[in-house]
Structures are given as structure tokens and as C-alpha cells.
Design a protein around this ligand. Structure first.
Ligand SMILES: Nc1nc2c(c(=O)[nH]1)N[C@H]1C(S)=C(S)[C@@H](COP(=O)(O)OP(=O)(O)OC[C@H]3O[C@@H](n4cnc5c(=O)[nH]c(N)nc54)[C@H](O)[C@@H]3O)O[C@H]1N2
Ligand SMILES: Nc1nc2c(c(=O)[nH]1)N[C@H]1C(S)=C(S)[C@@H](COP(=O)(O)OP(=O)(O)OC[C@H]3O[C@@H](n4cnc5c(=O)[nH]c(N)nc54)[C@H](O)[C@@H]3O)O[C@H]1N2
Ligand code: SF4
Ligand SMILES: [Mo]
Length: 702
């Protein structure tokens, strides 16, 4: 008998922080063991494809270094000495410390800190219930999506777009500022289908020749933070050459005449000087999209991670409005469907318990928060107690030296609930072991497609790890809030409630269906009934500080950054860290193929495929600095310095250096990671993290 015939397959969803949220078929080898993971063929977005790192997930879930026991710090902070504790004792200690902190400084001194290490709604967001019930400080989760979503919302007024599967029906797919081959492979499935079946052209716009640019028919490699200039010049050409759809503009947009006048000086020559592209490249790109009605703009996150990122996102999005490609099947733009995948999470998050007077703190500014900067604390008490789930801020948050200095404070108590001994867990007072997605129930939705997918528990966890839900419920009991609304339910009950409110059945019925496809109808997705603003128009003139957006900071936080410098129309604006004599290079920290943020850096295959922290540098820049391939190089700025190994690469521009992947701090000499160099200042207007926007110097390491 064929061995495969005996294989049991379980159905799940990828929990990782990736726009694709793949539907998974998991080989079940026993009650607590999995084999390979495959993409579900029956899911029209996943289409049978998953990335290599999740295909070999057995290496992660059955990893020998998984945390299995609660640990309590037994030496100085960060010195690696722990003693094991029972769950009871560890949770008692956490509750005791939280109560003591609250007694001294008030409830806002406790800061629950969580992110998207799991995208499961129950396991990720249940911590909000604890925070609302206890009036702990709020968490303004800004690090990933803020710059991008803000730019998108300014134009369309709604966080949704053309069905990403429609890419397969395009004649031109523009992959703008996302390294899709690496970060969301499923985009390529649909784009390449268009190329195979219809001869579609694929354009990739990035700041170096990454894996996606290499697969493209046209690759535009521009200087970091200059996409707004490219977009303006392209629109200039579209108007100039009669490729602007004036009837569409008149009907669907706010001020096409004002835009055209504004663009008069934004010539290809003007943009060439800013972007480093040639006039011919800009003209050729404009001609291609001007003459191809079915052009699909797939706008990514990467190009928004600059201090002018929201402006650049809005500018790129504006191009689609000028050609009017939104009207055609296979045409238009897509960034995220998060706006249509919303669930009512009031019970799960304890929304009714929320006290609007409680302050919020900025996720991305954890460094300034923890070192007690007044502007970061919003007039409230210092943070002296934290519960951290699903994120690794000591590694991924900007301005790492501040973050670490903060975690080392003697008067800060930190509990980290984790799967591995991460850089953050190493600095904690209590570490609790967490289950992985295959070991607990949850439900997932991915911004990069249109499905909501169930991820039921498929295998038993090892002895020790517990779910996030368990930790929240147990702490609630110890902190005296377990009888408040929303507590005392199981994961499945929460899923039942959320599915029920959305009219999608319950856990059991959904388990049969596996997922639901919530893509809005064609007219709505293409904004043919009008855009999301009150006047239904696409806005070339954004209301930078007035737009209601899913990611707008709560009123108590005000508006961020130099918002008064944001332009009236799409434009290039020098809000970036412009290189100068002391810092002649611009650094971007683009993603590594085999890591996912701070995850997977523990699995042996990912580690060996990535090698070691490398700095991609142009051979001529290297020669000018007497650096040869594989040399140790030090890069630095006013925030600190980091050592990596040089890789000479002609696919990066002169004056730009790329460090791929957020390696564990310990993978670098001196134990300091790449985020030592990134800034924690909040970009305008709604914050975020400009992790690809740092000026640095580069020199041979001594
Ligand atoms: N393998 C892998 N997959 C991932 C991740 C990962 O770390 N590794 N991270 C996951 C997460 S959390 C997210 S949010 C998504 C993000 O996925 P993406 O949308 O792809 O965003 P980034 O990974 O930030 O960067 C994408 C590209 O933007 C480029 N870039 C940087 N600055 C500029 C610029 O100014 N202009 C232009 N045109 N390009 C620029 C970078 O060089 C990079 O190639 O991916 C997810 N998937
Ligand atoms: N320099 C630089 N910095 C960056 C970026 C960059 O491109 N460059 N990207 C930024 C972006 S876009 C993002 S989203 C952030 C993300 O950075 P992180 O939030 O650190 O991202 P992840 O690696 O997704 O997940 C973090 C942790 O969640 C844990 N985890 C997973 N599932 C569970 C669970 O069920 N329970 C518990 N308790 N823990 C779990 C994992 O073990 C992992 O250690 O990094 C940002 N930082
Ligand atoms: S592509 Fe993204 S969603 Fe799909 S399996 Fe890989 S990490 Fe998960
Ligand atoms: Mo992200």
C-alpha cells in the first residue's frame, strides 16, 4: 500500500504575521507529531502553495529548544540564570508583582504588550480583555501597518481593494515595495499565472535587486524613500501623453485639475534626479501602465517603512486613479483587505470594560517608554510591569539600546510568554512557555487575501506549554476580574460568538467548511460605487490629520511627527533621514527569505540557509572603503553601531546598504542587533516604524 494513503491530514491556517494567511494541510503522524505542511489546493488564494519555512514546520514545533517550563529569574537581569517553577507559583508571582506595581503607581503602570506572532484572534487579542478590565495602559500597535494603511486610507477611505486573485486576469502586475517572492509567495502564484496565461508583464519596484525584482520583466531600483517622486513623474507623463482617464477622474476623484497643475513641474527629469532612475526607465514604466488598462497595483508594506512612507503609499495609489484602471477586471489596486475581514470582538476583548481615560502607549516607541521619556509616557506613571505575548521587542523594536536599557531597569517587572528563549525572554523576570498554533484552537484572517480560516487544535502540546488564553484567564482569576464579562469562556466559545455575530455559523460548522471567502463584490472592491470617503471621491488631496483610519491613534495621543510638513498633493518630501557627510549611506533592513521577523531564526535549516548577518554593499562603495567580500564591517549612526559581514552586490545602488533579516541580537558580535540603528521617532501623521530609513556610516570593523 502507498504510504501516503495512510497519512492523516489535518486542516489549519498559518498563524504567522504574513499577509498570505495560507490555508494549510498538515500531515499528522501521531497525537503529538506532524510531518510536512502543504498549502491547501482547494483554497483559491493559497492554491496549494506555502513558503518553505512553513512547509518544514515540524522543525519548529518539535524543536529541542522549545520552552517547556515556567522560569523565574535567579540571577541579575539578562544573565541567563533561571529556576524552574510550577505554573501555579509562576502565575501567583506575576499577579503579585502586578498588584504591587499598581498599588504604587496606579493601574496605568502595567503595560500589556503584544503583537502578531500569532494572528489568531483569540490567542492574540484576548490580552485586551485583561487590560480593559484592569485599566492597564493601552497598546497602540503601530510597528507594522501604520505608515502603509494611513497612506492607503488617505486615498481610498476604506481598507480594502481589488480581489488579489484578479491579478491572474491582469495584463500588467506592478509589485510595488514588497518582496513578494520572500514575504508573501502567494502573490507570485497569481501574478505568474497572468504572465503564463495572458503574457502579462510583471513590474517590481524596490531599492535593490531582490528576489522579486529578479523575477520581474521590468525592475525599477530606486533610492529609498523616493517612491513619491516616481509616482508623480509617472502621473505627469500620463497626463502629458493622454493616458489619464479624464472621464474617470471627473467622476471618481476630488481634484484632477489641481493634481494636473501640481504635476506640471514633476517631470521625469525632476524625478530622475531624486530617484536615481533614468528618464527612460520612468518613461517606459509610465507608457506601459498608460497603455495597459488592466494594470494591477499590488502595493506592499516595505516602501512605507520610511518617514515619508504614508506620503509615498498615497502617491503610488494615486497612479491607479489617474489611469482609471480600477474600472477593469484585472485592474486597480490592492494593499490589504483588513477592513472587510472585521469581526465583532467585543466579548473577546472586553470592549465594554474599556475606560477611555486610560492612556495609550506607542508599540514602536517602547524604547523611549521604558527609559521614561516624558513625551512617550503621555503624562502618566512610569511603566513598571509588563506582560508580553507574541512579540520580541528587544529584537524587533527600533532604537534597541533604549529598549534593552529599559528592560534592564531594576524597577521593571517583565513577564514574557513565549515559545523560545528570545532576546526579550532573556531579559524577563518570569518566562512562561507557550503552545504553538497546531496545539490550540483559533481563527485567522489575513489582510493579503479574503479568507477567514479556522485553525483548530490538531496535536497535543508537550507537557508544559500553555495557551495565551489560559494565561489571561488564570491571571484574571488572581487579579480579581474573572467574573467580569468575557471571562470564563473557552477558546471555542469565543470563536462561536465571533462567527455567530458575523453570520458564519459556529466552530463545528466552520470546521467542516474550513474557511469563508469574504471578498466584496466586484463593484465594491473596485470602488465603482464610489470610494470610502463621505463624498465618495478618491482623494488626491489627503486630509492628513483628519482621516478616520483603522490605525489612527486614539485622540489622547494627538497626531505624530512633523505632520504639518505633509504635502497637499502627492509629492516627494524629504522627511527621510537624508544621508550626510558623517552618514553617507542609507540603510534598509529588508526581510530575509528564511526568517519571518524574529521567528524561524531558531530552526536549523533557516539558520544555515541564511548563514550570518550580512551587509549588501555595492562593489564600488566597498572598494572606496577598502572593504572586500566577507570582511567584517561596522555600520553606525548616532544611535549605535553594529558589526556584520560585507557581501559585495552590484544589485544595490551606490550609497545604499541592505541588511537582510532581523537576526537575533546574539547572532551579531557584541550581542546587539540591527535595530540598534533604527529610529524610534514617530513618523507623521499616525506613527509607525521607519525601519528601512536610517542614515549610517560604514567602515571596516576593527
Ligand atoms: N520571509 C519573510 N516573510 C515575511 C516577513 C519576514 O520577515 N520574512 N515579515 C512578515 C511581515 S510582519 C510583514 S509586515 C510582511 C512585509 O512584507 P513586505 O510588504 O514585502 O515589506 P518589507 O518586508 O518591509 O519590505 C519589502 C521590500 O521593500 C523594500 N523597500 C524598503 N524601502 C523601500 C523604498 O523606499 N521603496 C521601495 N520601492 N521599496 C523599499 C525592501 O527592500 C524590501 O525588498 O512580510 C511578512 N512575511
Ligand atoms: N529592522 C527591522 N525591524 C523590524 C522589521 C523590519 O523589517 N526590520 N519588521 C517589523 C515588523 S513589520 C513587524 S510585524 C515586527 C514583528 O516582530 P515580532 O513581533 O517579534 O514578530 P514575530 O516574529 O512575528 O513574532 C514574535 C514572537 O511571537 C512568538 N509567538 C508566536 N506564536 C505565539 C503564541 O501563540 N503565543 C505566544 N505567547 N507567543 C507566540 C514567537 O515565538 C516569536 O518569538 O518587527 C518589526 N521590526
Ligand atoms: S507564505 Fe506566509 S502565510 Fe503562507 S505559510 Fe508562509 S508564512 Fe505562512
Ligand atoms: Mo509586519
Amino acid at each position: 500500500m502507498n504510504q501516503h494513503a495512510k497519512l492523516r491530514i489535518g486542516h489549519s491556517a498559518c498563524p504567522h504575521d504574513c499577509p498570505s494567511t495560507c490555508a494549510l494541510d498538515v500531515e499528522l503522524l501521531g497525537p503529538d507529531r506532524i510531518g510536512r505542511i502543504h498549502g491547501a489546493k482547494a483554497n483559491s488564494y493559497t492554491a496549494g502553495v506555502v513558503c518553505a519555512k512553513v512547509a518544514r514546520y515540524a522543525d519548529r514545533v518539535h524543536h529541542p529548544d522549545r520552552l517547556l517550563k515556567p522560569l523565574v529569574r535567579a540571577g541579575a537581569k539578562g544573565d541567563g540564570q533561571w529556576k524552574e517553577a510550577s505554573w501555579e507559583a509562576a502565575l501567583d508571582l506575576v499577579a503579585e508583582k502586578f498588584e504591587a506595581a499598581e498599588e504604587k503607581y496606579g493601574s496605568e503602570t502595567v503595560w500589556p504588550y503584544f503583537y502578531a506572532g500569532t494572528m489568531g484572534l483569540v490567542q492574540r487579542d484576548g490580552i485586551e480583555r485583561l487590560r480593559h478590565s484592569k485599566k492597564y495602559s493601552g497598546f497602540f500597535g503601530s510597528i507594522c501597518t501604520n505608515l502603509a494603511w494611513t497612506g492607503w486610507m488617505m486615498g481610498t477611505g476604506a481598507l480594502r481593494g481589488v480581489d488579489p486573485r484578479e491579478m491572474a486576469k491582469s495584463d500588467c502586475v506592478v509589485i510595488w515595495g514588497t518582496n513578494a517572492v520572500v514575504t508573501q509567495v502567494n502573490v507570485m502564484t497569481h501574478a505568474i499565472r497572468a504572465r503564463k496565461e495572458r503574457g502579462a508583464k510583471i513590474v517590481a519596484i524596490d531599492i535593490y535587486e531582490n528576489a522579486t525584482v529578479k523575477q520581474a520583466d521590468m525592475g525599477l531600483v530606486l533610492k529609498p524613500g523616493t517612491d513619491g517622486a516616481l509616482a508623480c513623474a509617472v502621473m505627469h507623463v500620463l497626463f502629458r501623453d493622454g493616458h489619464a482617464d479624464r472621464a474617470y477622474l471627473e467622476k471618481y476623484t476630488d481634484d484632477p485639475k489641481g493634481l494636473e497643475a501640481h504635476l506640471a513641474t514633476r517631470t521625469p527629469q525632476w524625478a530622475a534626479a531624486i530617484t536615481g532612475l533614468s528618464v527612460e526607465e520612468i518613461e517606459a514604466f509610465a507608457r506601459l501602465i498608460g497603455t495597459t488598462k488592466k494594470t494591477f497595483f499590488r502595493l506592499g508594506y516595505g516602501f512605507s517603512r520610511q518617514r515619508n512612507g504614508s506620503v509615498n503609499m498615497h502617491a503610488a495609489l494615486s497612479v491607479a486613479a489617474v489611469t482609471g484602471c480600477w474600472q477593469y477586471e484585472g485592474g486597480g489596486a490592492f494593499h490589504s483587505n483588513s477592513g472587510v475581514l472585521k469581526f465583532n470582538t467585543d466579548v473577546l476583548e472586553g470592549t465594554r470594560l474599556r475606560d477611555p481615560k486610560i492612556r495609550y502607549l506607542d508599540h514602536s516607541r517602547i524604547g523611549p517608554v521604558l527609559v521614561g521619556r516624558e513625551d512617550a509616557l503621555y503624562g502618566g506613571p512610569p511603566v513598571t510591569a509588563m506582560l508580553i505575548q507574541n512579540t520580541n521587542p528587544a529584537n524587533v523594536a527600533p532604537e534597541q539600546r533604549l529598549v534593552k536599557q529599559g528592560f534592564l531597569r531594576e524597577d521593571l517587572f517583565t513577564c514574557v510568554h513565549e515559545q523560545f528563549m528570545t532576546d526579550t525572554a532573556k531579559l524577563a523576570d518570569v518566562v512562561l512557555p507557550a503552545t504553538m498554533f497546531l496545539e490550540h484552537d483559533d481563527i485567522y484572517k489575513g489582510g493579503g487575501n479574503q479568507h477567514v480560516t479556522l485553525g483548530p487544535k490538531l496535536i497535543d502540546p508537550p507537557e508544559g506549554p500553555r495557551t495565551n488564553h489560559f494565561v489571561i484567564e488564570e491571571l484574571a482569576k488572581r487579579l480579581g476580574v474573572a467574573d467580569m464579562p468575557g471571562f470564563g469562556l473557552t477558546e471555542r466559545q469565543h470563536i462561536d460568538i465571533m462567527l455567530g455575530k458575523k453570520g458564519l455559523g459556529n466552530f463545528d460548522t466552520f470546521r467542516q467548511e474550513r474557511w469563508a471567502d469574504l471578498q466584496p463584490a466586484f463593484e465594491e472592491a473596485h470602488f465603482l460605487n464610489g470610494f470610502g470617503h463621505k463624498d465618495k471621491k478618491f482623494r488626491f488631496r489627503p486630509d492628513w490629520t483628519g482621516q478616520a483610519a483603522p490605525n489612527k491613534p486614539p485622540a489622547s495621543m494627538g497626531v505624530f511627527g512633523p505632520y504639518d510638513r505633509l504635502p497637499q498633493f502627492p509629492d516627494h518630501i524629504d522627511l527621510i533621514e537624508v544621508a550626510d557627510a558623517e552618514h553617507p549611506f542609507r540603510l534598509a533592513t529588508s526581510p530575509a527569505r528564511n526568517f519571518l521577523n524574529s521567528s524561524f531564526s531558531e530552526t536549523p535549516v533557516s539558520k544555515s540557509k541564511e548563514g550570518r548577518p550580512q551587509l549588501l554593499i555595492h562593489p564600488e562603495d566597498a572598494a572606496a572603503l577598502s572593504i572586500v567580500d566577507s570582511d567584517r564591517v561596522e555600520i553606525g549612526n548616532t544611535r549605535g553601531e553594529v558589526v556584520l559581514h560585507a557581501t559585495l552586490f552590484a544589485g544595490v545602488r551606490r550609497g545604499v546598504v541592505i541588511a537582510e533579516g532581523v537576526w537575533p541580537n546574539s547572532a551579531h558580535e557584541r550581542g546587539e542587533g540591527i535595530n540598534v540603528l533604527t529610529g524610534s521617532d514617530a513618523p507623521a501623521p499616525y506613527g509607525g516604524a521607519a525601519v528601512h530609513d536610517s542614515k549610517v556610516w560604514v567602515r571596516p570593523a576593527t
